[in-house]
Design a protein around this ligand. Structure first.
Ligand SMILES: Nc1ncnc2c1ncn2[C@@H]1O[C@H](COP(=O)(O)OP(=O)(O)O)[C@@H](O)[C@H]1O
Ligand SMILES: [Mg+2]
Length: 372
């Protein structure tokens, strides 16, 4: 276990009132990794982060930091630091004094302390503002102070709870790059909680997608984006089309799924242990793998009725209704999608045999309660 900075094994959290906030959380986080826990509000991200930091007790399961079982240790005995969304800076102390505080508490000798503090203040780009107080700083600058303060003790792991949540759009874009750079330079493991898929996918080496107290999928940004494993991830991340049907038969790593009058080729991902013939299932097809017009080389086709068009940069997404209540998005480069559709116009939509992928369904706490 020594090669991992943080390990969570079957961690559960039920609050005294009975709320099950986290169910069977498992993760292995390597040294120097930037990990994002991503999911909608209330899914258990903050609770998980607080359990890692020792601010919240796990109901069951084990937590290891740098190979040591810390499950029963208080925060002060864990090699973690935490950065909150509300910066909680000391208003009457300067930048330097804010950053210096914890070292002073530890009784570090003055010259060494000053050297460390200046180094950190320079690293977060606040050298010229070192003698200012928080209310003379912008939101982004205050955030850098909070970051410097959290990092000054050189923790093994920095825990960040929605660190960019309070910043406006432009500043957030800048800080995303900055945070990532600082993390790389220091080589400290970062675990960041966010509900923004853009933040998670652009900053993290590893993303843990959560919903309703459970982990939906763990993977690199690319894996999560290009290979969603569950229905929730396919809906929550990226631009995926979600289709539903009944599994009719299987041939090797492909199943045939019947949906209304259509039969689709759908790939079985390697991670799926078995498929059940006759079962109702969801599968996803990325919007950029669907094509308008008839393509004889593609195995899947369906008739759609045009609804609207969305524009994003050089991409154009045409939206169609297929069957009775399914909407599909077809994302193409503007140069390919040169046709101007009329509302309700019929169009053929095609995708290759391996573009459709079967999805798993991971049930969260609400559905579990219903089933009990
Ligand atoms: N101290 C607490 N006591 C009781 N329930 C709590 C407490 N803290 C959080 N919860 C509940 O636990 C669930 C997960 O909360 P949280 O971890 O804060 O979610 P997130 O950070 O993903 O928004 C929510 O249903 C929330 O209401
Ligand atoms: Mg939270």
């Amino acid at each position: 276990m020594a090669e991992h900075d943080v390990v969570l094994e079957h961690v559960d959290k039920t609050f005294p009132g009975g709320v099950r906030a986290v169910i069977d959380f498992n993760a292995e986080i390597e040294h120097g990794e930037f990990v994002a826990m991503l999911g909608p509000s209330g899914c258990g991200k903050t609770t998980t982060l607080r359990m890692i930091g020792g601010l919240e007790e796990a109901t069951s399961g084990r937590i290891y930091i740098a190979g040591q079982d810390v499950t029963d240790l208080p925060p002060s005995h864990r090699d973690t630091a935490m950065m909150f969304q509300s910066f909680a800076l000391f208003p009457h102390r300067t930048v330097l004094q804010n950053v210096e505080f914890s070292l002073k508490m530890k009784g570090m000798e003055k010259v060494e302390r000053a050297r460390r503090v200046w180094e950190m203040v320079e690293m977060v780009g606040l050298g010229e503002l070192a003698h200012r107080r928080p209310h003379d700083l912008s939101g982004g600058q205050q955030q850098r102070v909070a970051l410097a303060r959290a990092l000054i003790g050189r923790p093994t792991v920095l825990l960040l709870d929605e660190p960019l949540g309070a910043l406006d759009f432009n500043l957030r874009q800048t800080m995303m790059v900055e945070l990532k750079k600082i993390q790389r330079e220091l080589g400290i493991t970062f675990i960041m909680v966010t509900h923004s898929q853009q933040e998670a996918l652009s900053m993290a080496d590893k993303v843990i997608v959560m919903s309703d107290a459970v982990i939906q999928q763990t993977g690199t940004s690319r894996e999560i984006h290009e290979h969603p494993r569950t229905k929730f991830v396919a809906e929550f991340i990226g631009n995926n089309n979600l289709l539903k049907g009944t599994i009719k038969s299987r041939s090797g790593s492909v199943v045939f799924v019947e949906s209304e009058d259509n039969l689709f080729y759908v790939r079985i991902p390697e991670t799926m242990p078995h498929v059940e013939i006759g079962k109702e299932t969801y599968f996803s097809v990325r919007a950029d793998l669907m094509h308008t017009g008839d393509h004889p080389d593609m195995a899947n086709r369906v008739e759609g009725s045009y609804v609207t068009t969305e524009f994003m940069g050089s991409l154009e997404t045409n939206v169609f209704e297929v069957g009775s209540d399914t909407i599909v998005h077809v994302e193409q480069h503007r140069s390919v999608a040169d046709h101007v559709y009329q509302m309700g116009e019929k169009e053929t939509i095609c995708w290759p045999a391996d573009a459709g992928v079967l999805l798993e369904t991971v049930t969260g706490v609400a559905e579990r309660a219903e089933a009990e």
